[in-house]
Design a protein around this ligand. Sequence first.
Ligand SMILES: C[S@@+](CC[C@H](N)C(=O)[O-])C[C@H]1O[C@@H](n2cnc3c(N)ncnc32)[C@H](O)[C@@H]1O
Length: 288
Amino acid sequence: MTTSLPNGQTSLMLQMTQRLALSDTHFRRICQLIYQRAGIVLADHKRDMVYNRLVRRLRTLGLDDFGRYLSMLEANQNSAEWQAFINSLTTNLTAFFREAHHFPILAEHARKKSGEYRIWSAAASTGEEPYSLAITLADTLGTAPGRWKVYASDIDTEVLQKARAGVYRQEELKTLSPQQMQRYFMRGTGPHQGLVRVRQELANLVEFAPLNLLDKQYNVPGPFDAIFCRNVMIYFDKTTQQDILHRFVPQLKPDGLLFAGHSENFSNLVREFSLRGQTVYALSKDKA
Ligand SMILES: C[S@@+](CC[C@H](N)C(=O)[O-])C[C@H]1O[C@@H](n2cnc3c(N)ncnc32)[C@H](O)[C@@H]1O
């Protein structure tokens, strides 16, 4: 059985479901633009991913042509659509206590320090990483104000919104102990069953702000005892990685630690950082 729809609705339905063309030229332009704005290098095999993510923007804006979308974007360098474009093309995969071997190293480092212990989570995504850092520090140093602080940033404003809200599905917290779960999260009830929320006492010690690692200067409350820059450098080319690492140097205390992702190797990139443990770096002796 077919149902006939009024003309306007038929064309709207078509626009919502029809596969649009993404030409080589438009794909290459998208790659150039995200590289210029965020440093992200998109390989050819990411074409379907790019299509799927950006086609949602086109549909939201009522456009049926990538060329028109790009013209609209480039016509105004300050348009809010740029942020939506960036948010669409970042990959935000993360997890609580991801790369678990880093957390005992952090606890050990923090235990030895007096004064306020400060960490920067430089690609914080939806908050799992900075809250894992906060839980580690709360377990190690307590939650008295002034003892520690986590500063968390990301280029993607949408993930930062989720991070600030601090609401997660309970099953995402399976790497936490029952005590950590109890101490640092509240369980949702009724319509919020299955969800948990970070307790205010912990959330007060984590600050979120937008920051592009391509910025020539970082407006952050450093210097830090530890910088977590994990699983973001893999999206950048070598020159961008080197520039970022150079900008980290003044943001790290002389005996501070820089934590990288499992497939990121910083010691072959710049002389300023030396490997101290599995994907953990410190300032090289002559720089510290
Ligand atoms: C795969 S997630 C990694 C999250 C977390 N660090 C972890 O290891 O689980 C990468 C994050 O880097 C962010 N990102 C990409 N380009 C960036 C840039 N130029 N400046 C700051 N953050 C960026 C993305 O928005 C994304 O949230």
